[in-house]
Design a binder for this molecule. Structure first.
Ligand SMILES: Cc1ncc(COP(=O)(O)O)c(C=O)c1O
Length: 391
């Protein structure tokens, strides 16, 4: 089946829902049993065999299973663990692969809170992190140590947009016995399948495109059998649980992912072309553009581009950037992205390996589902304010 078909059909089960199309919201903490034997049996089936049967609300209900099955199918993995946010999906994916004394490699393009987790809590648990240049490719071999157990990528980075060579990185990591996890939020499972490129875990901040409506926080980790077993163990130990209401909304959002993302892509392309021709703009960081340094890898490994891009200016200042953003009519200022609406945010990439070489601050745009002509008119006025504030 093609991906748009899978997006609509994956996880749907006539049997589970008694004919109702969408799995209803099944809320539960306590589940009651007929006998001690049944209680023991369901506990063992869930915890040891990871079967999707009712045991206790924290371990999931039919509402979660529908989303898990759909995401597993789309990502091409063995199973999916849901988490209460995208950030917790990143941190749990890491925790599922490490123990005290281990060393991990993290792309310098990683979302800043993921890096803060590595430098903070993870460090205090005895796991060391080294950052790598996102463009390192097979050169990652030089950073591998005997105790390296994980390479964590975010491709493309959500502020700097470098595409990482996952097949090359995975080949090296696997040779050294390490796993590879990829934060795949920019592409979503519609436009990239990291597991098919050799990764062991594919991480989604489903909060963004899968939910698609800026009203739910949820994360998902899909993995190979071996890798996801470690994540399940960590999730069980910590007591990770997601609300069935949120899982329901994420499944509902998922069903329209391909129509939404194709429109985001089309709008983003139109806006990017306009920006490229603007005299204030030095670079548009968007791998689908032929001039983007990541374009070759993007063409090889992705089937589309989403609505998130960076804009680098020839000359900039914090005051000019604020003048641009503060007066926007359509582009709202806020954290996150991936909803139906357009957003703008300041961009000051924090790097560990080598400083970000472009003038800062830049801006990051999320191109929503509005008409691109209206978005361009808003940006045109914003860039006029920007130019006036620079003068
Ligand atoms: C690439 C990426 N990963 C993870 C996250 C975290 O997602 P959440 O906000 O759901 O915790 C974000 C949020 O902006 C992100 O951009």
């Amino acid at each position: 089946m093609k991906k748009p078909t899978k997006i609509v059909r994956a996880g749907l089960s006539k049997k589970r829902n008694g004919g109702v199309v969408n799995t209803p919201i099944v809320r539960a903490s306590t589940v009651v049993f007929e006998s001690v034997a049944q209680m023991r049996d369901s506990y063992e089936r869930v915890t040891k065999k990871r079967e999707k049967v009712l045991s206790y609300g924290r371990r999931g209900t039919a509402t979660h299973w529908t989303l898990q099955e759909a995401l597993t199918d789309l990502a091409g993995g063995a199973d999916t663990v849901l988490t209460p946010s995208g950030l917790s999906a990143c941190t749990l994916a890491i925790l599922g692969c490490v123990k005290a004394g281990d060393h991990i490699l993290v792309s310098d393009s990683a979302y800043e809170p993921t890096a803060l987790f590595c430098g903070g809590l993870l460090k205090s648990l005895g796991v060391e992190t080294t950052y790598f240049d996102p463009l390192i490719g097979a050169g990652i071999a030089t950073l591998m140590r005997p105790n390296t157990t994980l390479v964590f990528c975010e491709s493309p980075g959500s502020h700097t947009f470098e595409v990482q060579d996952i097949p090359a990185i995975a080949a090296v990591a696997h040779k050294h016995g390490a796993k590879v996890a990829v934060d795949n939020t920019w592409a979503s499972p519609l436009f990239c399948r990291p597991l098919a490129l050799g990764a062991d875990l594919s991480v989604e901040a489903a909060t963004k495109y899968i939910v698609g409506h800026s009203d739910v926080l949820i994360g998902a980790i899909t993995g190979t059998e071996e890798a996801i077993a470690g994540v399940h163990k960590a999730a069980g130990a910590i007591g990770i649980a997601t609300s069935p209401d949120d899982a329901y909304l994420a499944t509902r959002g998922l069903r329209t992912l391909s129509v939404r993302l194709n429109q985001h892509q089309q709008n983003a392309w139109t806006v990017a072309q306009w920006l490229l021709a603007h005299p204030q703009v030095k670079r548009v960081l968007y791998p689908p553009l032929p001039g983007d340094p990541g374009h070759g890898l993007w063409k090889r490994d992705f089937t589309g581009g989403s609505g998130l891009m960076g804009v680098v200016f020839h000359r900039t200042s914090p005051a000019a950037m604020a003048a641009l953003i503060d007066g926007m009519e359509l582009f709202a200022l806020g954290f996150s992205w991936g909803g139906f609406e357009s957003l703008v945010a300041p961009s000051n990439p924090a790097r560990q390996v080598k400083p970000w070489a472009e003038p800062t601050p830049g801006i990051r745009l999320h191109i929503g589902l509005e008409d691109p002509e209206d978005l361009i008119a808003d940006l045109d006025q914003g860039l006029a304010r920007f130019r006036a504030a620079l003068a």
